[in-house]
Design a protein around this ligand. Structure first.
Ligand SMILES: Cc1cc2nc3c(=O)[nH]c(=O)nc-3n(C[C@H](O)[C@H](O)[C@H](O)COP(=O)(O)OP(=O)(O)OC[C@H]3O[C@@H](n4cnc5c(N)ncnc54)[C@H](O)[C@@H]3O)c2cc1C
Length: 399
């Protein structure tokens, strides 16, 4: 089967790229290995500036109808009492909200189908062959196999899963590697408009009301710290050992979840791969986590996924043809626009993650925020929470 573009991965970055390209009249296929709806390790907060983009992608009203309450305040829950500050307001839609990834990702993929994208699900992209205008992606599902061919291949498969595609990242094994965890709770005693950042030895996390009256608690912990708490916790499953560690280190979390019940299991993922990577290499475009990933402490990964897909589609839409020269030109421009939009927040997130999880610096962070709660608001602003999405206002591609 032949397409203009094949997108590997149906998370927010893949769907956003595919929808925007289909809106330009391109023939697009998405390959997604998982069946939806599926839960995913993610805090699920979506910054306010994305609402306009979600409108363009055709899901803005559905997101507004389903997401949790507006997040108007931030807090730091570390040792000692919680410290609160205001969330900076964005210009058009002032405050962000959280939406379960089981809901959001399903909505976006359906929106892709609605604009004519062929969705291969649950199919896994396993191999790439060919070159130039005839790149061939082999996809597999329950013993079946077929090939999709296109000049443009977009890797949107995230950075956490291994594989044999040229865009899959190599494994790492370091004590500083971070693993992600997430669970939902019901019946929590947390103000509906508050999103606390959690800082505890060996890691950091966050809590927020998402859809369906559930709270998501997500966090990251270093490999070395995980090994220690698991040793101390006997045979507890890893998610529960992490939860016990957080409850002991952050009294604000213990208070908020004292009467809450867990909804489902703890999920784990990783190691996560913070950093900036090539956005176009070996004639493959990369979006979302694969192009570059921030430590989740700033809760900007969904924004970066949605926006990078949009940016790439805008650059591909602005070159006259998708031959070798056109692809290289779009790749060069996309890489530059991507860096301008996201590099600062990736660096900031790395600094904050290091400060939050290490014992002496975590205490320093708590003291600074105690004296200057506005530091929380400033951090949120610097992390891109109010930064407009380029090419949105004047774009000629209407949803
Ligand atoms: C603990 C934690 C908390 C977080 N909290 C937040 C938050 O509150 N707000 C926020 O904005 N971000 C948050 N993030 C980050 C956010 O989850 C990611 O940045 C985001 O999911 C990246 O989207 P993506 O589309 O690039 O990749 P993904 O969402 O990972 O999607 C990739 C898709 O590709 C599919 N896939 C993989 N391999 C293949 C293959 N070979 N063939 C076909 N399909 C394939 C997968 O099944 C998946 O559906 C958090 C992350 C962690 C770890």
């Amino acid at each position: 089967m032949r397409y203009d573009a094949i997108v590997i991965g149906g998370g927010p970055s893949g769907s956003s790229t595919a929808i925007a390209l289909a809106q330009q009249g391109r023939a697009v296929a998405i390959v997604e290995r998982a069946e939806f709806p599926r839960r995913k390790v993610c805090g699920e907060f979506i910054s306010a500036v994305n609402l306009q983009l979600l409108d363009r992608l055709g899901v803005g009203d559905a997101v507004r109808a389903n997401a949790g309450p507006a997040v108007e305040r931030l807090a730091l829950f570390a040792s000692g009492p919680g410290i609160e500050a205001g969330m900076p307001r964005a210009r058009i839609n002032p405050f962000g909200r959280a939406l379960g990834r089981d809901v959001l990702d399903t909505m976006l993929l359906q929106a892709a189908r609605d604009v004519g994208v062929d969705v291969f699900q649950p199919w896994r992209a396993v191999e790439m062959a060919g070159a130039g205008e005839h790149k061939s992606i082999r996809i597999d599902a329950s013993g079946q196999s077929c090939n999709l061919i296109a000049p443009v291949v977009i890797a949107a498969h995230g950075s956490w899963e291994p594989g044999k595609l040229p865009s899959n990242l190599k494994k790492t094994n370091d004590d500083l590697d971070c693993f992600g965890f997430k669970a939902y709770f019901r019946g929590a005693a947390l103000a509906s408009n508050l999103m606390p950042l959690l800082a505890f030895p060996g890691g950091y996390g966050g809590m927020v009301w998402t859809d369906q009256d559930r709270i998501s608690l997500s966090c990251c912990m270093r490999r070395g710290a995980l090994a220690e708490i698991r040793k101390a916790g006997g045979n507890l499953p890893v998610g529960q050992a992490v939860y016990r560690h957080i409850l002991a280190a952050c009294p604000g979390v213990a208070l908020a979840l004292a009467d809450a019940t867990i909804d489902g299991d703890w999920l784990a993922a990783g190691p996560i791969r913070p950093g900036i990577r090539p956005r176009y290499a070996d004639d493959i475009f990369r979006v979302g986590n694969l192009a570059g990933e921030s430590h989740p402490i700033i809760a900007e990964g969904i924004s970066m996924a949605l926006q990078s897909g949009w940016l790439l589609a805008a650059e591909l839409g602005s070159v006259a043809d998708w031959g070798q020269g056109g692809r290289a030109e779009a790749g060069r421009r996309y890489a530059k626009a991507w860096r301008k939009q996201f590099a600062t927040r990736i660096c900031l997130a790395s600094v904050l993650a290091a400060l939050a999880g290490l014992p002496p610096t975590a205490d320093l962070m708590r003291r600074v925020v105690t004296l200057f709660p506005a530091a929380l608001s400033l951090g949120a602003r610097l992390s891109g929470k109010t930064r407009n999405v380029p090419r949105l206002a004047g774009s000629r591609h209407q949803a």
